[in-house]
Design a protein around this ligand. Structure first.
Ligand code: SF4
Ligand code: SF4
Length: 283
């Protein structure tokens, strides 16, 4: 079973909710797919342990075997190859997207060799709460979010069957891939105009993907929840939980202590939420 926590808007508390729910579920592995800024390991006070590099193909030109035909220059949609004065290719590595187009069109068998560029890393470690955490991380300055996300997702699926995905905020292409074939999408939002605007974007994504979706209202009681409810009614999705604005939850966030490991009353809210989410995922 795969349950994904998502949210159109950043800062809605998605990671706080997903880490607490995973602690309660016990038998699931948590996958941090927010590869540009993974933070679940911080919330769970755990050190990252690298298990895999994520590399992109990068051509290595052998000018001895090159016919200076220019086909690789024309084939590169990223404009990562320019022709030198002798008509032979020069690579601008930062622009190369690793599509292999140049190698495919090259008429010389020897002119383009296999090179690679490190764009990200995948980590796996056991958390202090007994479940595995898999984390994808895009290297600083790199832009291949999609590639790192895909590789992290693939790695997690090859290792475990019960997974919690913690995705990035937003509703871009990488979110489509992160939510593909998941059993349930839990969208965490807040009752503000920005929260509702971005909730609509993510509900459009899950509608197009035809994924079962539920909504959790975080910081409940701080805004107008009827606008969230009206939007949910429009898309036919249920509000399965409301987490009140709570100093205890914020304190737990800053102290990296999941609230569900305490005896505070807020822990009970998460326990009820976990039951509702499982109920919906199994429905
Ligand atoms: S691999 Fe693709 S992006 Fe990179 S240089 Fe070749 S054609 Fe351009
Ligand atoms: S396509 Fe191959 S042979 Fe032609 S310029 Fe590029 S590297 Fe040289």
């Amino acid at each position: 079973m795969i349950i994904a926590f998502s949210g159109g808007k950043g800062g809605t508390g998605k990671s706080t909710v997903s880490t607490n729910i995973t602690v309660l579920l016990e038998s699931f592995a948590l996958v941090d797919l927010d590869v540009e800024a993974p933070d679940d390991h911080i919330l769970l006070s755990t050190e990252l342990v690298k298990v895999k590099d994520v590399n992109l193909f990068q051509p290595v030109f052998n000018h001895e075997a090159c016919f200076a035909c220019g086909r690789c220059v024309d084939a590169c949609h990223d404009n990562a190859i320019i022709s030198g004065r002798d008509g032979k290719p020069i690579l601008i590595p930062e622009l190369c997207g690793g599509c292999r187009g140049c190698k495919l069109v090259c008429p010389s068998r020897e002119a383009i060799g296999e090179g690679k560029r490190l764009v990200g890393k995948i980590y796996e470690n056991l958390t202090p709460y007994g479940f595995p955490l898999i984390t994808g991380e895009l290297l600083e300055g790199e832009k291949k979010t999609y590639k790192v996300l895909l590789e992290t997702r693939k790695y997690a699926l090859s290792r475990y069957s019960d997974l919690i995905f913690d995705t990035a905020a937003g509703a871009g292409n990488s979110i489509f891939k992160a939510l593909e074939n998941v059993d349930l999408v839990v969208t965490v939002t807040e009752p503000t105009p920005f929260g509702v605007r971005d909730l609509q974007k993510i509900l459009e994504v899950t509608k197009q993907l035809e994924r079962k979706t539920v909504v959790v209202i975080n910081r409940s009681g701080t805004g107008n929840e009827s606008i969230v409810e009206n939007l949910c009614n429009k898309y036919g999705v249920k509000v399965v939980g409301r987490i009140p604005y709570s100093k205890n939850i914020i304190k737990g966030y800053f102290e990296n202590e999941p609230i569900v490991t305490t005896s505070l009353p807020e822990a009970e809210i998460f326990k009820n939420l976990k039951d509702r989410i499982l109920e919906e995922a199994c429905r």
